[in-house]
Ligand binder design. Structure first.
Ligand code: WAQ
Ligand code: MG
Length: 262
């Protein structure tokens, strides 16, 4: 994509310095007002609590915007936390992530107060980026891709903002070759579906990855490099728009998922 007419809008809400919610997107000038309204409403009525500080910022995009495809999406049929964790482990293990790294990732995101950004671990489990982690920003979707995505997600009954935003973010992250996989667990007490992304699997939604009412969550990016400076620069500053939508499959049993690696 060429010269940009886009603006990056970001929101962060906190209470006593603790993360409550955040949002980020790319939009055209005429849509800024609507987005500000939506982000402010989201910040002030979040199930994680009432914020005492909300920061919203708007930056004009100066770098050319890169157009990319969304990751292929599917949902795996996991019926409880044990099978959800097992499936996440199976995908990550088959992508070359060590058991130690997977354990470290789950403890970082499920055993302490959520961090505003994502942790970065190497495939052996070494923490390359600790709290507060990296916030992925400058992410959006073209109008055309957005209507295609809406159609595809509607067909499988999951056309909602949360899925769309997570797919956009994960597609930007996984686009980098050094990112081997991502693990995400929502920090919202009422939202128990998480996801894993990895080569050959795409974006795999995993129901029941945590128990309801549990207010912990987070994201971990697993990488196969030691120097993450180029990756951090890309995640924070490279504007990326989803301009093509890949396949969106419905629900698959775990065994079919593992056997149908793309
Ligand atoms: N960059 C990096 N990390 C982030 C970002 C970001 N832009 N936004 C959120 N996080 C981290 C942060 O630690 C949050 O605590 C954690 O992720 C969870 O964020 O297909 O709702 O917004 O059904 O609670 C995934 C499944 C939902 C969607 C993810 O995440 C689906 C979700 P939340
Ligand atoms: Mg949240």
């Amino acid at each position: 994509m060429s010269r940009s007419r886009y603006y990056s809008v970001r929101m962060r809400a906190s209470a006593n310095g603790k993360h409550i919610s955040g949002a980020e997107g790319l939009c055209k000038k005429e849509d800024i007002k609507g987005i500000l309204h939506e982000y402010a409403a989201r910040a002030l009525s979040h199930e994680r609590g009432k914020p005492d500080a909300v920061r919203i910022s708007i930056d004009k995009i100066v770098l050319p915007v890169k157009g990319i495809s969304s990751l292929p999406l599917c949902t795996v049929r996991t019926l409880n936390t044990a099978s959800a964790r097992k499936t996440a482990c199976d995908i990550l293990r088959s992508s070359g992530i060590s058991a130690k790294a997977i354990d470290a990732a789950f403890s970082l995101i499920t055993e302490r107060e959520p961090s505003a950004g994502a942790f970065i671990l190497d495939t052996g489990g070494k923490i390359l980026l600790n709290e507060p982690g990296v916030r992925v920003t400058k992410i959006g979707i073209t109008e055309n891709a957005s209507s295609v995505l809406k159609e595809k997600l509607s067909l499988i009954g999951i056309n909602n903002q949360r899925v769309k935003e997570a797919l956009i973010l994960a597609s930007k992250v996984k686009r980098r070759k050094e990112v081997v996989a991502e693990l995400c667990v929502s920090d919202d007490p009422g939202y128990t579906t998480g996801y894993v992304t990895a080569d050959g699997f795409g974006y795999v939604r995993i129901p029941h990855i945590k128990r309801r009412s549990f207010a912990f969550g987070g994201r971990v990016f697993f990488v196969n490099v030691k120097d993450i400076s180029g990756l951090l620069e890309y995640l924070k500053n490279q504007p990326v728009m989803i301009s093509r939508i890949s396949e969106c499959r419905g629900v698959l049993p775990p065994r079919d998922l593992m056997n149908s690696k793309l």
